[in-house]
Design a protein around this ligand. Structure first.
Ligand code: ATP
Length: 372
């Protein structure tokens, strides 16, 4: 029942023409963003790109130099921080050590003299599956459990929007992965709008339904995780979300369906619909797991790009897959991730190999490699 009440409170967030200048530094030049109600939205980018500044602007802890912020259609740009329907979960949980877990969660409700603080706190603790530990103190809980208490505390007063600033950053890798799944489940249950900030691409892709990749104070690309990974528009996005093989060359042929790019004397075909540019200098790419390694020159190459011969210059086994680095001479090197079916590598160091991939797996970028 509480779940439904929470769900009704989720609100959309709109940032319109936001600029943020600090003395001597522009953190955000121009930011427009619409986050639909009830979504799990991740702002992903490297350190210093402006993620935390964006969150602080939404929370009302910073004022924009220009632009408007709307929550649930209401302009809150001039509304004080504590009057915005927003809560934030930080990396440090900052629970009160002298209070029990239930007291920690109920604290804000009591201070605001809200009705039934203990009942609501128990309800929130049930959501994060910690109600059975309600009478313990924070130091008697693990790091992951403490972070779940911090989450319960942040959702107990039913904010319209929950901001998460690297909330899992202090946890070890295994716990972090587990909490990612739990956070996603909780968000689905409560139906609140979550705006999550992280520099961890795997975390953003695992949890969010929409990811915005931020670079130098601007959004480079936004979409579903699968979309961004499959069809990156820029070299920055291609490299930030996993690894890519990128080659810059000149378009030497175009049809309605495809472009042909010549890079270092080698021709690479990319579907026209998967390329941002169709003439001049273009950077094209393919993900390492889409590339097939051949120890003999394949005879059937219809519908595939074929590169080689090249030479394996590095082999690294990583359990599920083996990574090969192949030297292709003037074209540079190419990375291949091959699933391990047996345990022996398909091609040892120094082996002569050919590389191929289905044409439909390539992509063409809007910018050039050198610009990243
Ligand atoms: P991180 O992942 O390291 O937290 P971030 O993407 O969250 O990075 P922000 O904290 O938003 O980055 O900072 C963006 C840029 O704005 C940085 O270059 C930072 O140095 C600068 N900046 C942030 N706050 C201020 C301030 N009060 N005065 C001047 N510059 C600031």
């Amino acid at each position: 029942m509480a779940v439904r009440e929470f769900a009704e409170r989720g609100a959309d967030l709109e940032l319109v023409g936001i600029q943020k200048r600090f003395p001597g530094f522009t953190a955000i030049e121009e930011l427009d963003l619409v986050i639909p109600a009830g979504s799990f939205f991740a702002l992903l980018g490297p350190s210093g790109c402006g993620k935390t500044t964006t969150l602080r602007l939404v929370a009302g802890l910073e004022e924009p130099t220009r632009g408007r912020i709307l929550i649930g259609g209401k302009d809150v740009t001039d509304t004080k921080s504590h009057e915005r329907p927003v809560n934030t979960v930080f990396q440090s949980y900052a629970l009160f050590p002298h209070m029990t877990i239930i007291e920690n969660v109920a604290f804000g409700l009591k201070r605001r003299r809200m009705s039934d603080p203990m009942g609501k706190a128990h309800e929130a603790l049930k959501l994060v599956e910690l109600d059975h530990l309600a009478q313990r103190r924070p130091q008697q809980l693990s790091g992951g459990q403490q972070q779940r208490v911090a989450l319960a505390r942040a959702i107990v007063n039913r904010p319209a929007l929950l901001l998460l600033d690297e909330p899992l950053g202090a946890l070890d890798l295994k716990l972090r992965r587990q909490m990612q799944l739990e956070l996603k489940t909780i968000q689905e249950e409560v139906g609140l709008t979550f705006l999550h900030v992280t520099h961890d691409q795997e975390e953003a892709m695992t949890m969010a339904d929409t990811v915005a990749v931020m670079n130098k104070g601007a959004i480079e690309q936004m979409g579903a995780p699968e979309e961004l990974y499959d069809l990156p528009r820029t070299a920055f996005v291609a490299n930030f979300l996993g690894q890519s093989n990128l080659f810059t060359g000149e378009v030497v042929g175009t049809t309605a369906d495809a472009i042909t790019v010549e890079a270092a004397g080698t021709r690479i075909v990319v579907p026209a619909a998967r390329s941002q540019k169709h003439q001049g200098e273009v950077t094209v790419g393919v993900r390492p797991e889409k590339v097939v390694l051949h120890t003999e020159a394949p005879t059937e190459t219809a519908g595939r790009n074929l590169l080689g011969p090249g030479r394996v210059i590095d082999v690294s086994f990583s359990g599920v897959s083996t990574q090969y680095l192949v030297d292709l001479g003037a074209l540079g090197t190419l990375l291949v991730f091959a699933q391990n079916v047996g345990f022996a590598p398909v091609a040892g160091l120094g082996t002569e190999v050919w590389l191929s991939w289905d044409l439909t797996h390539g992509f063409g970028l809007a910018d050039e490699l050198a610009e990243t």
